[in-house]
Design a binder for this molecule. Structure first.
Ligand SMILES: Nc1ncnc2c1ncn2[C@@H]1O[C@H](COP(=O)(O)OP(=O)(O)O)[C@@H](O)[C@H]1O
Ligand SMILES: C=C(OP(=O)(O)O)C(=O)O
Ligand SMILES: [K+]
Ligand SMILES: [Mg+2]
Length: 479
């Protein structure tokens, strides 16, 4: 399966999509990575979903990334007897940490007794990414009584943000720790860490993960923005988590922050995902609004590695249509006459390492000589990411013997991954690259390709070679 799109698509799985046939439909429609939201998925569902995705991957013969998104210290209401209630402006509503009965239109269980005493009368409570707003009118006895300022539908386990309240929270909750170990056991490719506040949060998680998955920092707190550069450097990838970010900070600052994060990530060669409400209206409609199409387009024009669907694919009525829409929009932007200029203008100087310099040179050689593709041998994935950082107009094929590397790279802009054994010598390396470019439909006989590698092969991050090769009649190569 070959995609022409360069920006990647992440789709969250949930009740609307976690059956195997739907996972397959979503992958065929364009989903490159699936997100399992640990705020909602049990350990049993996690393992079941991972197994389903792996079977789909096997059938489609195309690597698929899996991201387990840890809940983090996010407050959520518990469940309602009817699954949801409708709150009306002016009514009273109580959040109660002592009574775990299912909720109704007067009250709901809030399973966070430790935070109740931090709330003061007058503090705002924002529910479901700020769609509903309550004001605390009385605090005590393990409960917060509120008045509804902006009402609406409130369903099971929706998030509660307290922008006026200073909360005593750590980075990894007990639940996160257990979920993290389980996700590593399930061999997911990426772990997303919610509500990162400090660089230490990433360091702590890395100690547990020990390279078994990539660590993606979700930027959704003002404290993380303050130390953004350190966090970017320590993480394997970043998510612009606009849902909570837009609750924690004034909404109108989010677009500027998105731009800043994308630029910084590109500079440091870290994949960056733009998330939340990208096609929100498609939860209930088969077509998006013009504003949503524009939002997805902006992220693609900005050079984001990936765009993400949340409720649209997890619990909406049109998951496949939502993925297909993102696919179409990204392809249209990438074909736009202005796209290359815009992407090129945001290019930053490569760092002063041989690997970065060779990646930059490879893009230039490939474009100047109109080569068919850039092939990079990559062990850890870092050479693949470097090639992508250059945002070349020519296809990038990453070759790795390591299935984990291949799956992890599915989140990275423009990378088509193929598993292959390490070449035994230079000639074999050239041949192998040409055969793969030919077989995967990227090059025809007579075409030329660029090959980069770290010689001797198998040394991570040591790219030191650029080669140009001819694809022969039989698909093999000659240099
Ligand atoms: N594994 C799951 N089980 C049940 N519901 C889920 C699951 N994953 C997602 N959902 C539903 O899809 C909605 C949107 O997904 P997502 O954006 O991941 O969650 P949230 O906005 O709650 O963080 C959730 O609010 C929830 O209703
Ligand atoms: C992606 C986000 O996190 P979650 O959906 O887990 O709240 C977000 O807040 O934008
Ligand atoms: K989450
Ligand atoms: Mg969030």
């Amino acid at each position: 399966m070959r995609r022409i799109r360069r920006a990647k698509i992440l789709a969250t799985l949930g009740p609307a999509s976690h059956e195997e046939n739907m996972i397959e439909e979503l992958a065929k429609a364009g989903a490159d990575v699936f997100r399992i939201n640990m705020s909602h998925a049990s350990h049993e569902l996690l393992h079941q979903t991972v197994a389903r995705i792996r079977r789909v991957e096997e059938r489609l013969k195309h690597p698929i990334g899996i991201l387990a998104d840890l809940q983090g210290p996010k407050l959520r209401v518990w469940k309602f007897a009817e699954g949801a209630v409708n709150l009306v402006a002016g009514q009273k509503f109580t959040l109660d940490s002592q009574n775990d009965d299912q909720g109704n239109a007067e009250r709901v269980y809030l399973p966070h007794p430790e935070i109740i005493e931090s709330v003061s009368v007058g503090d705002r409570l924002l529910l479901d990414d700020g769609k509903l707003q309550l004001k605390a009118t009385k605090v005590g006895g393990g409960a917060i009584e509120t008045e509804v300022i902006y009402g609406g539908k409130l369903s099971d386990k929706k998030g509660v943000s307290l922008p006026d309240t200073l909360l005593p929270t750590g980075a990894l909750t007990e639940k996160d720790h257990a979920d993290l170990l389980e996700a590593l056991k399930a061999e997911v490719d990426w772990i997303a860490l919610s509500f990162v506040q400090r660089p230490e949060d990433i360091i702590d998680v890395r100690k547990i993960v020990q390279g078994r998955a990539g660590v993606m920092a979700k930027i959704e707190k003002p404290q993380a923005i303050e130390r953004l550069e350190e966090i970017v450097k320590l993480s394997d990838a970043i998510m612009v988590a606009r849902g909570d970010l837009g609750v924690e900070l004034p909404l109108e600052t989010v677009p500027g922050l998105q731009k800043r994060m994308i630029r910084m990530c590109r500079r440091y060669g870290k994949p960056v995902v733009v998330a939340t409400q990208m096609l929100e209206s498609m939860i209930t409609a088969p077509v998006p609004t013009r504003a949503e199409v524009s939002d997805v387009s902006i992220a693609v024009f900005e050079g984001a590695d990936a765009v993400m669907l949340s409720a649209e694919s997890a619990s909406g009525q049109y998951p496949v249509e939502a993925v297909a829409t993102m696919n179409k929009v990204a392809i249209a932007v990438e074909g736009d006459a202005n796209y290359r200029n815009i992407i090129r203008a945001a290019q930053t100087e490569p760092e002063a390492t041989a690997a970065d310099a060779i990646s930059a040179a490879t893009r230039q050689v490939a474009e100047t000589l109109d080569l068919a593709a850039i092939l990079t041998y990559t062990a850890s994935g870092s050479t693949g990411i470097r090639a992508a950082r250059e945002r070349p107009s020519k296809p990038i094929i990453a070759l790795s013997p390591n299935l984990r590397t291949i799956r992890r790279l599915s989140v990275v802009w423009g990378i088509h991954c193929v598993q292959t054994e390490d070449a035994v010598n230079l000639e074999d390396m050239v041949d192998r690259a040409c055969v793969i470019a030919y077989q995967e439909g990227f090059a025809r006989p007579g075409d030329r390709i660029a090959i980069t590698a770290g010689v001797p092969l198998g040394t991570p991050g040591a790219t030191n070679m650029l080669r140009i090769a001819f694809v022969r009649q039989d698909g093999a190569g000659s240099s």
